[in-house]
Design a protein around this ligand. Structure first.
Ligand code: DGL
Length: 270
């Protein structure tokens, strides 16, 4: 049984780590489009074309179900893929819905009309492309009413993390949190809407203050994938071999991934 995990680069490894830990019986095939990262500054057509290419590669590996671990791809390409491109015997799922279900206290498959929820003021931190897509607000509006969302495009953070510059990444996070707080002084919840940001969750939490609940996606996605495979066993793809694929230079990407997750990871060419 194999499931694909797509990301623009290394960030999706935070999701891979959580899903592989929660579902040890599944062979996960990871595809990082490192040659074209970051996606966060690309336009929607470009993100769509690159994401379709990566997903097709994962289908070739026997992964009938592919998770778009990348928020930017989920926000800018997923709806278009699901509407007109994904064949009936395959599935592509994103990372927004599990997060929004947690935020709005809904269970999987609860399609009841939008209702009032406890949280009223939500800060969203994401890449410029994710913020521009307004996908988070759209998905939230299907499920909740009366929630005020203030979104902060966090330019530079992904590049600083990918470059291994933790000091710059932390400084940028603090300045993005400050910028958001000037527009929304008292958020009740904060969403880390990019795969890279969980690596800086403690910095976000400290800058936001102890009263703000910080949601990050990896564990929520793992839980929701477990549920999904139990309900839809036909999408446990025929692949058997877990692997890490990259469109970038495998040696370079493996060394960065090892630094990123602090354990040995060997990528091969996609
Ligand atoms: N993985 C992307 C995301 O979650 C961030 C990196 C990028 O910009 O490519 O939004």
């Amino acid at each position: 049984m194999a499931v694909g995990i797509f990301d623009s680069g290394l960030g999706g490894l935070t999701v891979h780590q959580a899903v592989a830990g929660a579902l040890p019986e599944v062979a996960f095939v990871y595809y990082g489009d490192n040659a074209h990262a970051p996606y966060g500054v690309r336009d929607a057509d470009d993100i769509y074309a690159l994401t379709c290419r990566g997903v097709e590669r994962l289908w070739d590996e026997g992964c009938d179900l592919v998770i778009l671990a990348c928020n930017t791809a989920s926000a800018a390409a997923l709806r278009r893929m699901q509407d007109a491109w994904v064949p009936a015997d395959k599935r592509v799922l994103g990372v927004f819905v599990p997060l929004i279900e947690a935020l709005t206290e809904r269970h999987w498959g609860d399609n009841s009309p939008p209702r009032e929820v406890a949280v009223k003021h939500v800060a969203l931190f994401a890449t410029p492309a994710t913020v521009a897509s307004r996908a988070f607000q759209r998905e939230l509006a299907f499920r909740a009413i009366g929630v005020d969302v203030e979104a902060q495009p966090c330019g530079g953070v992904v590049d600083a993390i990918e470059a291994g510059d933790e000091i710059l990444a932390e400084a940028l996070v603090r300045s993005h949190v400050e910028a958001l707080k000037r527009r929304m002084p008292h958020p009740q919840a904060a969403v880390l809407g990019c795969t890279h940001y969980p690596l800086l969750a403690a910095v976000f939490q400290e800058a936001l203050g102890p009263g703000v609940r910080v949601y990050s996606q990896a564990d929520l996605v793992a839980e929701s994938l477990r549920d999904y495979l139990a309900r839809r066993p036909e999408f446990r793809g025929p692949g058997q071999v877990a692997k890490f694929l990259t469109t970038g230079d495998p040696a370079r990407v493996s060394s960065k991934a090892t630094q990123f997750l602090r354990r040995g990871i060997a990528f091969q060419a996609a």
